[in-house]
Design a protein around this ligand. Structure first.
Ligand SMILES: *Cc1c(COP(=O)(O)O)cnc(C)c1O
Length: 419
């Protein structure tokens, strides 16, 4: 579907109702869940026209909202994708069965044997594995930069990537997790333009916007090509589903949708409905989670047993990272880390003492989650690699949720007494 959102409406407004017409479903205020795998044609000629429109983009039904079989597309996907595109400020969007399904579809759609990829580090473990373990088996290469605000360092890494093959993708996950390192998206767009003059194809700039989400960082506005979001996290927001989305211009999203038909990794009708419903409230949920997170971060910063807090809101004034943060981010998010002075034993004692906070990986749900980074999310890294990313044996990642902040602080306070 490619109906443009009404001009002048803000993303918060579009999140509530855009992309669904109650007249299409007996006046139902909320969209129904279209639980079907296939769709009936009113006539044999209509069936032919639908297929012509889908495969050739021509004929009497070209551009019309029509369905054939749910793997190719279904009404729940149309609604979700229209809404996600509107919220992200993009022409179009495509939704997948998980965030990693979205990432791997980008890799398969835009890379060919011999091509190279540039990405920041640290980056989500699954994405690191995709570009450094899986795609090399298809003849693709990767190079990484460590400081995404350092123009010279990023250019050097890009040269390293280009020495291995044409650079096709520039991947930026910002802010990084759990280090809160920021990548300058304006710098990435400038870099792509420059590289476009040196080789046949301008590389695409792909941003993983999962950590801050569509209401605290707006990459499409900054000129990036594709904005990827794990909808599993803040957008889904209740730790009860997996989904992924990508927004961008038609020229990039349409081929991704066509290929999704062959990969078979579309989002199913029920989960699409759940995500659509969750998108209505993501801005208020994240606002509260972020204000809770600031209060918890301040409590931890002042606690004698905590040696450090890695929280975007505490980036030092005058630093390069701070300048990019002020330009690029509208809020500090609600996932951050803090560090205990002792080792694993101290950290485990504290974690086992918690009563309210839940010990689990993932982030962006309504409940507060905590995990010990070295033994869980970053288990597969060597101690040296972990230290490079600022992760010690006393590092804990917190995803602050929607509980009353005083209850969260009381639980952390009593657990810290065990240290
Ligand atoms: C969780 C996550 C992903 C992967 O998303 P899934 O929905 O779990 O597949 C990708 N990037 C980031 C930053 C994430 O936090």
């Amino acid at each position: 579907m490619s109906i443009d959102p009404p001009a002048g409406l803000r993303p918060e407004t579009l999140a509530v109702a855009f992309g669904y017409d109650p007249q299409s479903a007996s006046g139902s205020v909320k969209p129904p869940i279209y639980m079907t795998s296939t769709f009936v044609y009113p006539s044999a000629q209509h069936a032919r026209d639908v297929h012509q429109a889908f495969f050739d983009g021509t004929g009497p039904l070209a551009g019309a909202e029509q369905h054939i079989y749910a793997r190719l597309g279904h009404p729940g996907l149309d609604i979700l994708e229209a809404r996600l595109a509107a919220i992200d400020g993009a022409e179009a969007a495509v939704a997948y069965s998980s965030g990693m399904a979205a990432h791997s579809s980008i890799a398969l759609a835009f890379l060919r044997p011999g091509d190279s990829v540039l990405h920041g580090r640290p980056i989500y473990g699954g994405v690191d594995m995709l570009y450094n373990s899986v795609m090399p088996q298809y003849g693709c290469h990767a190079a990484a930069y460590l400081d995404g605000t350092d123009e010279a360092a990023v250019h050097a890494a890009a040269d390293q990537a280009m020495a291995q093959g044409p650079l096709k993708l520039i991947i930026a996950e910002t802010p990084a997790n759990p280090t809160a390192a920021i990548i300058d998206l304006d710098l990435m767009v400038r870099l792509a333009d420059k590289i476009g003059e040196r080789q046949e194809h301008r590389p695409l700039v792909v941003v993983d916007n999962t950590l801050l989400g569509p209401f605290a960082q707006r990459p499409i506005k900054q000129g990036v090509d594709l904005c990827m979001t794990s909808l599993t996290k803040y957008c889904g927001g209740h730790s009860d589903l997996l989904a992924g989305g990508i927004s961008g211009r038609h020229g990039l999203i349409d081929p991704l949708k066509a290929m999704r038909t062959t990969w078979g990794n579309h989002l199913d009708p029920y989960t699409a409905w759940l995500v659509t419903r969750s998108l209505e409230s993501v801005h208020v949920r994240t606002e509260r989670a972020m204000s809770n997170a600031r209060t918890v971060a301040e409590f931890l910063r002042d606690h004698p047993k905590v040696v450090g807090v890695t929280y975007l809101g505490f980036l030092p004034e005058g630093s390069r990272q701070r300048a990019v943060y002020d330009r690029q981010c509208m809020a500090a998010g609600s996932t951050f880390s803090f560090h205990l002075g002792g080792g694993e034993a101290d950290a485990f004692r504290m974690l086992d003492q918690l009563r309210l906070l839940k010990l689990a990986v993932s982030l962006g749900g309504s409940e507060t989650l905590i995990c010990h980074s070295a033994s869980t999310t970053h288990y597969a890294l060597s101690p040296g690699q972990r230290l490079e990313g600022g992760i010690t044996d006393g590092t804990m990642r917190l995803s602050v949720g929607l509980e009353h902040v005083d209850d969260l602080i009381a639980d952390l306070a009593q657990a810290l007494e065990a240290v």
